[in-house]
Every structure is written in C-alpha cells, then in structure tokens.
Write a protein that binds this ligand. Structure first.
Ligand code: NCD
Length: 310
C-alpha cells in the first residue's frame, strides 16, 4: 500500500522530500498515458468531486483529464452559482454531501484555510486546489516536475520568483518546497507585494540564503528559472491599490538578451501582461508545457491516493 493511500493534500508542507520525489517519479511514468499513447483503467469505478468556488481553467480540467485517462469519473461544479451555496448552504454541509457522492474531493475556495477546514468534515481525502492567498500544492507539484524535467535537479538552481508574492498562492507553496529541496531563491516584487514574513523565516530556518529585489534586470542574468506570476487583482481590498502595481513587470525579449542559455521561463497561467507573446517562441518559454505537466502529475497523485500506488 502506498504511503499516500487515503491522504489529504492540503499544504505542500504536508509532503516530505520523499513524498515529493515519489509523486514526480510516478508522474514521469504516467506521461504515455497522459498523451493517450497507452491506456489505463487504474481508477475504474472511482469518482472524484471537483468543487470550485473560484474560477479555474487548467487546474479543474487537468484533474478531469487525469481522472479520465485513468478510467475514473468526475462530478462537481465550477462556480457556486446554480448550487445550494446560493441558498446559504455552509461549506461543512456541502462537503458532507459531496463526501457521500465520491471517493475524493478537490476543493478551490476564496478563503485561506478552507481546504483544511473541509478536511475536518470528511474522512475522504481532500485535495487543496487553491485556498485564497494560502496554498496551491498540486500546482507546486506540477511546477517541481517542470523544473526537474527541464533542469534535471533542484539543488543549487537559482530560482527567481517574480510578481505578486503577497497574494500569489502558487509562489507560497513553491517557495516552501524549493527551500526544502535546496534551491537558491530570489524574490522580486513591488515593495507592497513582498513574500510573507513567515515564509521568509522558513527559508532562513532551512539554512538557505535568499535575495529580495525590486528590479528584474539585476537578477535575470544569474537565473536558471524565472517564475512569473500575475498580480492577483481579485485579492486586493482596494481596486486603487491594484492600479498602482498593475503591469509592474513584463518579460520582454530585451530582458532575456543576457540570460543564461538554459534559463526557463515559467508561469502558472493565466497570464495577463506579464510575458510578451513573442517570448512564447523562444526556447526559454516552458509555460505551456508546464500546463500540460499538470495532467501526469495529477494522475500520479490520484493514483497514489485512490489507487494501488506506483
Ligand atoms: C493560479 C491560481 O489559481 O492560483 N492559476 C492556476 O491554478 N494555474 C495562478 C493565478 O490565478 O494567477
């Protein structure tokens, strides 16, 4: 039986280095099934619920694709509209219902801590697909897979996280994981959107040095990975505050002129204006591949949690 069977995935911090390595190795084996070259019925008869209270394209669809490629089924909703949430049903009651209809629950919710709360109401595994500005652990697994696949390792890699480091949940989870895996981190954001102190403290505790910068030009030359994020408009209490920082960073061809040959540019997507479209054609751009990687990574995770394991 795999160590993952029946487990919740609420924060990337719940996963040890060995757990992460197991997911990544399993994901690599899933690729031929993810692209439709090989067939699998590993999760036949299993049902996954995807309950999304916030917009999503990639996360929800890649969970669906992953489940379908493994022979399982998916049910759920992609916005609270049209559900009993509109009638005032609590998250607790919704979870208790969905638990009765499925074998595992994937939850996206605007409130930080919602997935952990949901896990208290059910014995079924809960997977956090984003809780407000909190965490996004499955995106991190897909990001780690991408770095491992493209760069071969984590140790000693110079990883620059750019954009909204305050509200961006993908960078919160990723910073924790990369600190654990021995990468050198540089945080680039507007002064008002810096990485939360508790995450910086954690990186420090791991004995790793990190840099904080506000400009990109000064850090791009040494970077092995440039992880770009969207300013999280929907999390700003005041729209005027958003206007002040909107468009703070934009990756253009000029900026990449002095970059290392092997630099990879990543983005969890959706992008707004952070990466100029002509960058897409360069060998640095891996964000669409990164989006595909969500399928084998989620297949691996679902198989480890719901199936027999690797
Ligand atoms: C991210 C998210 O929802 O946190 N998207 C995703 O899951 N790929 C990033 C974002 O919305 O900016």
């Amino acid at each position: 039986m795999s160590a993952f069977q029946g487990r919740d995935v609420l924060s990337i911090r719940d996963l040890s280095r060995a757990d992460i390595q197991l997911v990544l190795r399993t994901a690599r084996k899933m690729v031929p099934i993810a692209v439709g070259e090989k067939r699998s019925r590993a999760l036949e008869g299993k049902i996954l619920s995807t309950i999304f209270y916030e917009p999503s394209t990639r996360t929800r669809l890649s969970f669906e694709s992953a489940m379908a490629r493994l022979g399982g089924r998916v049910l759920g909703f992609s916005s609270a509209e049209g559900t009993s949430v509109q009638k005032g049903e609590t998250l607790a009651d919704t979870i208790r219902m969905v638990e009765a209809y499925s074998d595992a629950i994937v939850l996206r919710h605007p409130q930080e801590g919602a997935a952990r709360l949901a896990a208290d109401f059910t014995e079924k595994p809960v997977i956090n697909a984003g809780d407000g500005a909190g965490q996004h652990p499955t995106q991190t697994l897909q990001d780690l897979y991408t770095i491992w696949d493209e760069r071969g390792s984590f140790e000693g890699q110079n990883v620059v996280l750019v954009g909204d480091l305050k509200y961006g949940r993908t960078v919160h989870s990723l910073a924790y994981a990369l600190a654990e895996l021995g990468s050198h981190l540089t945080f680039v954001s507007p002064p008002t959107l810096e990485m939360p102190t508790e995450i910086l403290e954690h990186v420090k505790e791991r004995g790793l040095s990190f840099r904080i910068a506000h400009g990109l030009e000064e850090v791009v030359r040494d970077a092995d990975v440039l992880y770009v994020t969207r300013i999280q408009k929907e999390r700003f209490p005041d729209p005027q505050e958003y206007e002040k920082v909107a468009g703070s960073y934009r990756i253009e061809m000029d900026l990449l002129r002095d970059a290392k040959r092997g630099l990879i540019v990543m983005h969890p997507l959706p992008r707004v204006t952070e990466i100029a479209p002509d960058v897409d054609r360069t060998k640095h751009a891996v964000y669409f591949k990164q989006a595909f990687n969500g399928v084998p990574v989620r297949m691996a995770l679902l198989d480890l949690i719901l199936g027999g394991g690797a």
